[in-house]
Design a protein around this ligand. Structure first.
Ligand SMILES: [Ca+2]
Length: 567
């Protein structure tokens, strides 16, 4: 059951382990620039529509005679292959050759943990392969050095309509992040940060017990947290429950403070653009201070666990199972971590609500960037369009009309499920628009009791049966998926359009690499001390100054310079 509940995440996240691992040099932060258009791409679309190129190009046009493409790639020792296959000879490479006339040649492969170091050696020695995965910072470095092929023309000419739709389903932010001085210098691996939005999860069985209505405002949520602390919602006549569950990491998808910050219009751990287009750091916003003051007040009143500062999210989840908490801010998929608690405590029930705002102005959900990595092409490569064709093929076989779950995504062999989609050289995901469209189709299918309405859904199709079954039988086996779906509906009804605040930058600058660990520690330690009342709320102002002094100011300058270079 657990495996199944996470399957949804697999589909749109774990497929990209390859490229992700290639760019996780210290964990590049993900982010977006919602209001930076992609000039090259949008003007490109117009040009081809106007028939500038004459006739339409075939996105799958086969190279004749066949060509060789020299690639570098990250592999993992834990990967398994269908009988007879290998990293050098697999279903994707054969399809590239048969359908597209592209023969893949490995210049080198490296274990995922070694890939970045090895690529940096290739960059330094001027011996780049033709096609390779890069992180945002490697992309910037190579772009500055003029070592990358301009893919603008190849993308205009060969990207299929389907590919373009998927690539631009985030408003164009991912493509813009791969565009320097109007030139598209890499293919972004897009994903849907839409799914990261924090919701308010509430134990509705406790609401019933205390005769409280479901929350409709943030004030209601605070009242509920107080009642859950003081009115013995678990009925054991002991003062042993708290309001809101928090963990010592403060952020993340489970028992996080991000949702509450969003309620105050604060966007911690996010690069936020101001009205002049300059990027600032959301954790420094004055609204953050107000939110921390509220948490300090709740802590003082016994509504937060006195020891949250030493408990990680696993520990907090255990305590949820021990009936300690009835409110938590977290992602739509949190039922996957609550389900063990529900099994242990028959009658425990959770429901998600949108993050209501402190002042009536609609809250926004702050989320990460829509590109998690990039595939680049060395300058001078004879056929840069090969990567576009390989991308078209991936989108077609994994997210398109030729979707082939049993061959190009996973292969079942001897009772084992073998991931084959990760073997593709160019991969990408479903972006926000595609994800949102899929949930709309899912809702239509569920409401009409008609599975055929799922038709073109790119994600979420796994949800249909468990939701319907849960409605019929209330079986715990389907609880997780049914409750996640309830969360997805809240996302759909609240966090689309301008209520989704994607971080404005997804890269890592020189100073981020050097100073981020220090700055992040300073942030979390200060905020934890404020919440616990160990220091005054005004310590926040000193923190802002220190953060800037210890490297933050330099990082913000670097980010703004970087973004300026992409206009
Ligand atoms: Ca109690």
């Amino acid at each position: 059951v657990k495996k199944r509940s996470f399957h949804f995440l697999f589909v749109y996240i774990l497929v990209f382990t390859l490229v992700n691992s290639a760019c996780s040099n210290g964990g590049e932060k993900a982010a977006t620039q919602t209001n930076i258009a992609s000039p090259s791409v949008s003007s490109a679309g117009e040009a081809s529509e106007n028939g500038e190129q004459g006739k339409e190009s075939d996105p799958f046009e086969k190279f004749d005679p066949p060509i060789e493409i020299h690639v570098a790639r990250a592999v993992d020792q834990a990967w398994t292959y269908p009988q007879g296959d290998s990293i050098d000879n697999n279903i994707w490479y054969r399809e590239y050759e048969n359908l597209l006339g592209i023969k893949v040649v490995h210049d080198w492969t490296a274990l995922a943990g070694e890939y970045n170091r090895k690529l940096n050696v290739s960059i330094a020695s001027g011996s780049l392969p033709e096609v390779f995965a890069v992180s945002a910072s490697q992309l910037k470095q190579l772009a500055d050095a003029g070592q990358l092929e301009d893919l603008t023309g190849a993308y205009e000419k060969y990207a299929s309509e389907h590919t373009k739709e998927l690539q631009q389903g985030d408003g164009g932010a991912a493509l813009a992040s791969a565009t320097f001085n109007g030139k598209l210098l890499a293919i972004p691996v897009v994903n849907a940060p839409f799914f990261e939005s924090n919701l308010i999860w509430v134990r509705t069985d406790w609401l019933k017990k205390l005769n409280l209505p479901e929350p409709k405002t943030l004030e209601d949520v605070f009242r509920i947290a107080e009642a859950f602390t003081k009115q013995d919602p678990d009925g054991d006549q002991k003062d042993d429950t708290y309001g809101i569950a928090l963990n010592n990491y403060l952020y993340g998808p489970i028992t996080s403070i991000t949702g509450l910050a969003n309620a105050y219009h604060a966007y911690p751990q996010t690069w936020v653009k101001d009205e002049n287009g300059k990027v600032g750091y959301g954790s420094l916003q004055p609204e953050m201070k107000q939110m921390l003051a509220k948490l300090q007040e709740m802590y003082k009143d016994g509504q937060l666990d006195k020891e949250f500062g030493v408990k990680d999210s696993n520990k907090v989840v255990e305590e949820i199972a021990a009936n300690k908490f009835g409110v938590a801010f977290g992602a739509f998929w949190n039922p996957a971590v609550f389900v063990d608690a529900v099994r242990k405590n028959p009658g425990m029930e959770w429901k998600s609500f949108p993050v209501y705002s402190i002042d009536g102005a609609p809250s926004k959900a702050s989320v990460g960037f829509s590109a998690s990595g990039y595939v680049a092409v060395r300058k001078g490569t004879q056929h840069p369009e090969a990567v576009i064709k390989m991308l078209n093929l991936f989108e077609e076989l994994v997210h398109g009309s030729r979707r082939d779950e049993g061959q190009f995504i996973t292969v079942e062999e001897d009772g084992n499920s073998i991931n084959t989609s990760r073997l593709a050289i160019v991969q990408s995901g479903v972006s926000n628009d595609g994800a949102i469209q899929s949930i709309k189709l899912l809702r239509e299918a569920v409401e009409n009791n008609d599975q055929s309405l799922l038709k073109d859904a790119l994600t979420a199709t796994d949800f249909y049966e468990p939701i319907v079954e849960y409605r019929n039988s209330q079986n715990i086996e389907n609880w997780t998926m049914a409750k996640q779906y309830q969360g997805l509906e809240v996302l759909l009804d609240n966090y689309i359009g301008d209520r989704l605040l994607m971080t404005a930058f997804g890269g890592q600058t020189q100073t981020t690499t050097e100073k981020w660990a220090t700055l992040d520690k300073l942030e979390k330690e200060t905020f934890t001390k404020i919440i616990m009342g160990a220091v005054s709320v005004d310590e926040f102002d000193a923190f802002v100054g220190n953060w800037n002094k210890l490297g933050g100011e330099v990082i913000l300058r670097e980010i703004n310079d970087w973004l300026d270079s992409q206009k």
